[in-house]
Design a protein around this ligand. Structure first.
Ligand SMILES: [Zn+2]
Length: 485
C-alpha cells in the first residue's frame, strides 16, 4: 500500500505545478516564411496530460489567427485522453484503519487516504446531505475531531464503502464519488482545472494570433460560447466580429455568455469625445495602458468595448498588454521594487457626475495584488484613476515612484504590448484583472466620430457558464473528450 501511494505521488508530481507560464517568444510580426508556431493553448491540457507538460508543441496549422476558434475545435476533437488519467469505474479492494484516516486500496493497486472527520462531514445520507440542493445538512455541532469508525465494509463488487461510526450512524459512499474526491494530486488537478483554466501569458507576438469569434455563431452555437469563455480564461481577451454597428449588441451577447454588471457609468456606457467629459476616456486624448474602474473594490472583472463607429484617420487605435506577464518579469528582474508594488497601498479615486449621478469612489489597494501563494491576482494600473493623496512618507513615496516607473518601462517595451484598430461591428472583450488597454490619440474633427459602447462582465458568472457548457456539451473536466483547450 505504501509503495502504491508513493508511486502515485511520484506520477502526480508534475501536476502540482499550476502557476501560469510565459509563452516562449516566437516568430516576430512580418515574418513571411511558413514557420511553425508554438501551439497557442498548450498549457491547460497539461493538467490532463502530464507527459506533455514540459513539451513545446508546434503546430504547422497555426498560420491563420482569424480561424483560431475553428482550428481549436478541430484540434481538440482529435485529442485523446491519456487513459492513465481516467480511471474506469473504480473498485475498492480493501481498507485499513489508521489513527485518524481510513486507508483504501483500489483494485488497480493504487491507494488513497481519507480523514475520518472528512468522511463524517461528507456523509451522503438523507439526514446529512440534501440531494436536490447539493448541500450539506449535517450541523457543525454533530461533527467532532474524535469521530472514529466502529466498522468499515467494502461491498462484494467493490463499488460501495460503508462506515458505521461509533455512535451508530451509518455512511455509505459510492467508490466513484470517493475516487473523484481522493486526496491525491491527480484528482485534485482535475478539480483545479474545473475551478479555473490556467492562463497562458503572452507577449506582442499575440498580435499575429488574436483570438477571434463570430457574433452570429455566438448567438446560435453553445460550443462557440464555450470556446469564447475558455479563450477568455486562458488568453484574457477576444475580438468578436460581425455585430451590428448599433447600441444593444452587448446586451444580446451578454444574454448568451454572462450578464452585464452595472457601474457608476450605468449598465452600459458610450465612449466618445464629449464636451465636459466625466472621464478622460470620453475625450480624444491618448490613454496610457490601464484597467477600468480601479476605484471600485469590486473592480469590474471583464470589460467589453463594442466599436460602433471608428475614427477614419490615423489614431484611435487600441493598445493591449498582458500585465501578469510584465508583473512576473518585474518579480524576476527587480524583486525589491516588485515588493514595493505589492505592499504599498495606493489610493484610486473617481470623482464626478455622470448622467446626473454624483459619485466620489475611493479604493485603497497595492498596484500589484497577489494571492496567498504568490501568484499574480491583478494589476491595478490607471494613470488617471490614481489619486494624488498618498498615505506614506516622502521617502517611501520616492521609492514607490522608482518601482512604479520601472514597471512602466517594462510594460512599454515593444515586446510587451501591441496595437491594432477595431473596426465597426467588432467587440473587444478583455479580462480587466489582467489585460491592460490603452488608446492612441486622434483628432476629433467631427464630434463623436469614434463611438463605442462599453460594459462589464463578471468572472464568477462566466466561469459558471463555462462549467455548465462543458458538462452539457461533454467537454467537461475528465470527460471523454478531455478539456477543449
Ligand atoms: Zn449521515
Amino acid at each position: 500500500m505504501q509503495a502504491g501511494w508513493l508511486s502515485l505521488l511520484r506520477r502526480g508530481g508534475n501536476l502540482l505545478r499550476h502557476s501560469a507560464r510565459l509563452v516562449p517568444p516566437s516568430a516576430r510580426a512580418g515574418t513571411t516564411t511558413a514557420r511553425a508556431r508554438p501551439r497557442a493553448l498548450s498549457t491547460v491540457p497539461a493538467l490532463y496530460f502530464p507527459a506533455f507538460f514540459n513539451t513545446t508543441i508546434f503546430d504547422d496549422n497555426f498560420k491563420s489567427p482569424q480561424k483560431w476558434c475553428s482550428q481549436l475545435s478541430k484540434r481538440n476533437k482529435s485529442t485523446s485522453v491519456n487513459p492513465d488519467l481516467i480511471r474506469p469505474r473504480p473498485e475498492l479492494a480493501s481498507t485499513s484503519q489508521g489513527h485518524n484516516t481510513l486507508k483504501v486500496l483500489w483494485r488497480d493497486g493504487e491507494a488513497d487516504e481519507f480523514p475520518y472527520v472528512w468522511l463524517r462531514d461528507n456523509c451522503q445520507c438523507h439526514a446529512c446531505f440534501h440531494t436536490s440542493a447539493s448541500s450539506r445538512l449535517l450541523r457543525v455541532a454533530n461533527l467532532s475531531m474524535d469521530v472514529r469508525p466502529r466498522e468499515v465494509q467494502v461491498s462484494n463488487d467493490g463499488y460501495f464503502l460503508t462506515v458505521v461510526w461509533e455512535n451508530g450512524h451509518e455512511s455509505t459512499y459510492e467508490t466513484e464519488w470517493l475516487n473523484e474526491r481522493a486526496f491525491n494530486p491527480r484528482q485534485q488537478s482535475i478539480y483545479n482545472n474545473k475551478y479555473r483554466l490556467r492562463p497562458e501569458l503572452w507577449d506582442s507576438d499575440m498580435s499575429q494570433r488574436i483570438p477571434r469569434a463570430s457574433f452570429d455563431e455566438l448567438m446560435e452555437d453553445d460550443a462557440a460560447v464555450l470556446n469564447l469563455l475558455e479563450s477568455m480564461e486562458v488568453l484574457g481577451f477576444t475580438v468578436v466580429s460581425g455585430a451590428r454597428p448599433e447600441e444593444g449588441e452587448l446586451q444580446r451577447l451578454s444574454d448568451r455568455a454572462s450578464h452585464l454588471v452595472a457601474s457608476n457609468y450605468g449598465t452600459t456606457f458610450i465612449v466618445k469625445d464629449k464636451k465636459d467629459a466625466s472621464n478622460v476616456a470620453y475625450t480624444s486624448e491618448g490613454l496610457d495602458l490601464h484597467c477600468d474602474l480601479v476605484c471600485l473594490h469590486y473592480k469590474p472583472c471583464v470589460q467589453l468595448l463594442h466599436c460602433i463607429t471608428q475614427f477614419s484617420g490615423d489614431g484611435g487605435d487600441s493598445i493591449l498588454a498582458d500585465s501578469h506577464r510584465v508583473a512576473v518579469q518585474m518579480r524576476e528582474l527587480h524583486p525589491q521594487k516588485y515588493r514595493l508594488l505589492t505592499d504599498v497601498l495606493v489610493n484610486f479615486r473617481d470623482v464626478g457626475v455622470d448622467n446626473g449621478f454624483q459619485y466620489d469612489i475611493i479604493a485603497r489597494r497595492p498596484m500589484i495584488s497577489v494571492k496567498a501563494n504568490g501568484e499574480i491576482k491583478t494589476v491595478n494600473m490607471s494613470t488617471f484613476g490614481r489619486d494624488s493623496h498618498f498615505g506614506i512618507s516622502p521617502k517611501e513615496a520616492i521609492g514607490w515612484y522608482d518601482a512604479y516607473l520601472t514597471f512602466c518601462d517594462l510594460l512599454y517595451r515593444p515586446e510587451n504590448h501591441f496595437t491594432f484598430k477595431l473596426v465597426p461591428g467588432e467587440i473587444l472583450i478583455m479580462d480587466n484583472l489582467r489585460i491592460l488597454h490603452g488608446r492612441t490619440a486622434y483628432e476629433d474633427t467631427v464630434e463623436g466620430e469614434r463611438r463605442l459602447e462599453g460594459g462589464f462582465w463578471d468572472w464568477d458568472m462566466m466561469r459558471s457558464r463555462r462549467r455548465g457548457l462543458q458538462k452539457r456539451l461533454g467537454r467537461g473536466v475528465g470527460g471523454q473528450d478531455g478539456c477543449r483547450i
